[in-house]
Design a protein around this ligand. Structure first.
Ligand code: MRU
Length: 349
């Protein structure tokens, strides 16, 4: 049975254990979660984050919660299962992997009408494990496809964090770099710090450094300069939801990177598993963008507030990169090219 350290079941399988990503890179702290409220809060506060990782978390979370249900009949169990799933699903709206994984878990219940809770629990455990196992395989394949584009000495600019802790293993956007390092291929990276929550500074630079990749941290507003200097050969970013036409929601600032890349003639790739492609979402306009609290901009990282208390803030967590700016979407099944309506559709046939 495959496991990963940053999202796993406790030894007695009654709790969900996560590496608390808000404490990195300075502290390696684990949190044990048992209630739906704790799980909702962990997603909302980004203690667990990254689209595929949230999906894996959701699968195991529903298994842990279901073990605590008091109901003995199928109908009562199914009702509570659905309620808890809907509750967790409301924690963050943009990454499709959350609802995708919860739907998979719900399907286990709806496809086994009349089964007892004792019969359902092992099936739910298996489904959660399958979500994890599949993600491990998908990330490895995505990393291989991404690495096939790179040659010794290339430098990749990335935004936010789409590494191992945002997924299962390797990651998506930085998976090719980590795989390359394992194989002795010398590659370099620029990591955007990624305002306002600093996933690039706290998580990506930490993961790449640990993996032995030559990484340089930059503020988001320095991307243009390093591109202009000819120091970047590729941009690789992750994704939270890819619409059927290829428009891609990812961490706020990603669309700006794509626009800069186009200006400087640098190929811009989106890397993600097919679980992040939402064929029911026609275009980027149909993606709900999460809005977060102003204190993340004004206060969170400072000893004292850095803006007047009364000033308004706009704090969207994601933006949408237009498909016309994307050179390719790298999934576990290969590299999709424009027109994305066709190449993405073909992934599901
Ligand atoms: O708000 P976050 O930190 O969950 O945002 C994460 C991203 O935008 C990642 O790039 C995306 O989820 C892909 S993770 C493989």
């Amino acid at each position: 049975m495959q496991t990963v350290d940053h999202v796993r079941l406790s030894a007695d399988e009654k709790k969900l254990v996560i590496l608390d990503q808000t404490q990195l890179p300075n502290r390696t702290e684990y949190a044990e979660l048992t209630t739906a409220e704790e799980m909702y809060d962990a997603i909302k506060k980004l203690r667990v984050r990254g689209a595929p990782c949230i999906g894996i978390f959701a699968g195991f979370a529903m298994f842990v919660l279901a073990q605590g249900f008091k109901q003995s009949t199928y109908d009562a169990f199914a009702k509570e299962f659905h309620e808890k799933s809907a509750y967790l699903n409301a924690s963050r709206p943009t990454a499709v992997n959350l609802s995708w994984a919860l739907k998979r878990m719900e399907r286990v219940v709806t496809e086994h009408v009349g089964c007892t809770p004792a019969e359902l629990l092992p099936l739910l455990r298996n489904e959660a494990q399958a979500i994890l196992d599949e993600d491990i395989a998908m990330c490895k394949a995505i990393s291989e496809h991404g690495l096939s584009l790179l040659k010794e000495g290339d430098c990749v600019l990335t935004h936010c964090n789409a590494g191992p802790i945002a997924t299962s293993k390797y990651g998506t956007a930085i998976g090719p770099l980590i795989l390359g390092a394992e194989r002795g291929v010398k590659l370099k990276a620029f990591s955007d710090e990624t305002r306002p929550l600093l996933q690039g500074a706290r998580l990506t630079s930490w993961e790449l450094d640990k993996a032995g990749v030559d990484v340089t941290l930059i503020c988001d507003n320095m991307a243009s300069m390093v591109m202009k200097n000819g120091w970047v050969q590729f941009c690789f970013v992750g994704c939270d939801r890819v619409a059927a036409n290829g428009d891609t929601a990812n961490k706020i600032g990603t669309s700006g990177v794509a626009i800069l890349a186009k200006h400087y003639g640098i190929p811009f790739y989106v890397l993600g598993p097919t679980s992040t492609i939402d064929m029911n979402c026609p275009t980027g306009d149909d993606i709900k963008i999460e809005l977060r609290e102003p204190d993340e901009i004004k206060e969170m990282w400072y000893r004292e507030p850095m803006a007047p208390k009364s000033v308004k803030c706009f704090n969207p967590a994601f933006d949408v990169t237009d498909h016309s700016l994307i050179s390719g979407i790298i999934t576990e099944k290969g590299i999709c090219r424009a027109p994305y309506e066709q190449s993405l559709k073909a992934l599901f046939h």
